[in-house]
Ligand binder design. Structure first.
Ligand code: TNX
Length: 514
């Protein structure tokens, strides 16, 4: 009797104990990481994260303070705990510790090693991005949101991890519908959560010009004043654009600005009469047709204009790339198109940036270091590779975030087909197009065109849950990717989406956890 009571008391005590800390499995290999890491070794213990933990970073290692502060603010957002972040000259005995050590070739510039011991969590990388990705992995071990002040348990072990591709991105079309600074920051946070490192902003199109160009002010005054459906549109001042660049950079994300030309230019043509061959400004356009507009390729003012735009925007953009669009120029004669794209590439190079363009630009002579973005045309893309270009893989039928999931999806288009969550996941960039292999490919990008989405809530519905899959395709080697297994990991991210207030598509193909 006495014994039995003793056992009950112990049991009750254990239960009470575990009610005070948030229990996560002590088997690290059971955690549902997306993207799937290179290797996970579980050691069967746990680390308790409570308010007394300190986040240390190696003294003198440039950039680590930012990472430590970011982790501290994320832990604060999740649990209300305020952890101190401070530099240290020696490896601490407990807490969390960031260090840079350039001795592990395999980790390259974006990899990391995360070691969770009973007392110390150590994140080691060759460079700052690796530490940031180690943080994202660590955050996926914690709930997305928890009661204030609650201690958190983390399973112990070692994760070694590095990406398959160096370019892992998404595109947001801010032209067809405008998204404000706060909305773009939310989008950036989504990319950061899944270790993506590039945000391509489609800043101009027929329906709207969204970036202030001081030497051509009517672009935004007139060209920025509306959007699809006739709403009020909007634009980023140069200061706001710089703010977005910084916000992204703090999350190891490079912004790639796109000015789409010579087609998709009605907003500019409506703002400045002189850019039109007949010298007359066009009407603003709020519909969704494509391919009807073109710059006048044989007027010198066109190239003065492009030079000014590229100069101002390149100066605001620390990243190496400038995207010149080049798609669907259906009303530009072929020779005019080639002449224009050749000249514009030289302008981009002159202002210190590398050229990216949609796959059509392969019809021009390509400058050194040009990249073609494959979206539809295999022939163009293959021609680009033959001309020495690298490729970003954005196959519309697999990677377009504006394609509907199925015929019942309330937003989106389906000209390239429906993309259910499995269809978006089950492809390999290195084998999709015969003749285009891993060596040719910079990485992958999932574009979200915004003819049919008008606010961040609708953006979320198209982006989630497909974005984590694209992130995994970019990060994880194909041998470690399998839909049947992936869907069980994705299912565990459902509650995370909910806790973060993300409006996501509850695909019936995923066994969502509550
Ligand atoms: C094609 S993809 C376009 C865009 C549209 C998109 C809609 C590409 C380079 N051009 O102008 O917004 O389809 O899915």
């Amino acid at each position: 009797m006495k014994n039995k009571f003793g056992l009950t008391a112990i049991l009750a005590f254990v239960l009470l104990q575990s009610a005070c800390t948030q229990k996560t499995p002590t088997d690290l290999s059971k955690t549902a990481f997306i993207p799937n890491p290179v290797s996970i070794e579980a050691t069967g213990h746990s680390f308790e994260l409570n308010a007394s933990a300190v986040i240390y970073y190696e003294e003198g290692a440039e950039g680590l303070q930012l990472i430590a502060d970011y982790l501290s603010s994320e832990i604060n957002r999740i649990s209300g705990m305020s952890l101190k972040a401070e530099p240290t000259a020696e490896t601490p005995k407990n807490g969390i510790y960031f260090t840079l050590a350039n001795e592990d070739q395999e980790l390259a510039s974006e990899g990391y090693e995360l070691t969770i011991g009973k007392k110390l969590i150590a994140i080691k990388a060759n460079a700052v991005p690796g530490c940031f990705y180690g943080v994202q992995t660590l955050l996926q071990m914690l709930p997305a949101k928890t009661e204030a002040g609650q201690a958190l348990e983390l399973a112990s072990g070692v994760i070694r991890d590095f990406p398959e591709f160096g370019y892992r991105g998404a595109m947001l079309d801010v032209s067809r519908h405008f998204f404000n600074v706060e909305e773009v920051k939310q989008f950036i946070d989504f990319l950061a959560m899944y270790k993506m490192n590039a945000l391509h902003l489609h800043l101009s199109d027929d329906q709207g010009w969204r970036i202030e160009i001081k030497s051509w002010p009517k672009l935004t005054e007139t060209g920025g004043s509306t959007e699809v459906g006739g709403g009020e549109g909007g634009f980023y001042t140069q200061e706001q654009y710089a703010e977005l660049v910084n916000y992204a950079a703090e999350r190891q994300i490079t912004i790639i600005p796109e000015i789409d030309m010579p087609g998709h230019t009605n907003a500019a043509l409506a703002s400045y009469a002189e850019l039109n061959c007949d010298g007359k400004a066009t009407e603003l356009y709020t519909g969704t047709k494509v391919g009807f507009s073109t710059f006048c390729t044989d007027k010198e003012i066109t190239y003065q204009f492009v030079d000014d735009v590229v100069r101002e925007l390149a100066a605001l953009t620390p990243g190496p790339y400038f995207h010149i669009g080049g798609d669907e120029s259906h009303v530009t004669a072929h020779d005019d198109y080639v002449y224009f794209v050749n000249r514009v590439q030289e302008i981009v190079v002159k202002h210190g940036k590398k050229v990216i363009g949609w796959d059509e630009i392969a019809n021009a002579e390509l400058v050194e270091d040009a990249t073609v973005q494959f979206w539809a045309d295999v022939e163009n893309t293959t021609m680009g590779v033959e001309k020495g270009a690298k490729v970003i893989m954005s196959p519309a039928a697999r990677a377009y975030l504006d394609m509907q999931y199925d015929s019942t999806t309330q937003y989106g288009l389906h000209w390239a087909g429906y993309i259910e969550v499995d269809h978006g996941y089950t492809w390999n960039p290195a084998t999709l197009v015969p003749g285009i292999t891993k060596e040719n490919i910079l990485g992958i990008e999932a574009p979200l065109w915004s003819e049919t989405v008008t606010n961040i809530n609708e953006v979320e519905f198209m982006v989630f849950p497909r974005l984590p899959g694209y992130a995994e395709i970019g990060w994880t080697a194909p041998e470690k990717r399998d839909w049947e297994e992936y869907k069980t990991r994705l299912a565990k991210h459902g509650p995370r989406f909910s806790d973060l207030g993300i409006n996501f598509y509850r695909s019936a193909l995923v066994p969502w956890e509550e």
